[in-house]
Design a protein around this ligand. Sequence first.
Ligand code: AVJ
Length: 322
Amino acid sequence: MNVQAFELRDDDRRPPVDDLVGIVQRGLRLQPKRLPSWLFYDERGSQLFEAICEQPEYYLTRCEIALMATHAGEMADVLGEEVRLVEYGSGNAVKTRMLLEHLHAPVSYVPVEISAEPLRRCVQEMAECFPALAVQPHPGDFTRPLRLPIPPRAPRRTVLYFPGSTIGNFEARDAAELLRKMRNEMGDAGGILIGADLKKDTATIEAAYNDKAGVTAEFTLNMLVRLNREIGSDFDLASFRHRAHYNAMAGRIETFLVSTRDQKVRVGKQLVSFAPEEAMQVEYSCKYSHEDFAALAAKAGLEVAHAWTDPQAMFAVYYLVR
Ligand code: AVJ
């Protein structure tokens, strides 16, 4: 099998328990209280996210897959021959497979993923689907500088693939900083193929983050389940509820865990008070117009070379170059 051997180490990014306590305590001292959204993705959280993608209201994944089904061939032509494809996250193998199927003589595929188990699954699946492709997994946090593995032969260009509108989880300044880092990693001849959710009517967007089956609510609350398990906090799950609303002015879904009563929660050695209806912010999911996205790219010294959208303009995939 053409898979570079790698150690199944514990996540680079997952901090030791002490750090995790510190991160949570710091977030709970902010006003409003705030916890980082990467805390969603423990094993259960990753499963729940996959379940979210199958909810009828969550149009993002379906639209992006439909978009790939129509345009992956054209994308592959734009990317050119002998590409090294580096994926930020190894989440949804479906889209990546659609792209790889069309790429012309790709040199290697490098999934960058923080969680060991999803990375392992991704490597196995890609190696099975593309036996001739060099799969070079990179365990770790894609927001940090990457040490890319040496490719089997010199690629013509490095393309960073960042699907799913995960860029939307970053506030404008952090998103520009991440794109700037990606610009360095792709080099002069490289590019970034990136998915972004588009602005549209509030009802459609809000429904996607408030599915009827309650999967998103469970996903949000699972962050507290995880913290209780990993740092021994005592969040009472029955006393917090999920809330996601679209801030049209800011162009983003804002997700909160809302305290349903006056309560105190133990976090490490501290007791943290929550007022009734106090909202703790856990996620932003930014939405873009084409102009918004071009402006974001420009802040990182990049321009939009190509844009693909589905017929209803729900979602976009952009190709960014220097
Ligand atoms: C994985 C970041 C793209 O923001 O839409 C889905 C995560 N959160 N439902 C998104 C998520 C709640 C998702 N991303």
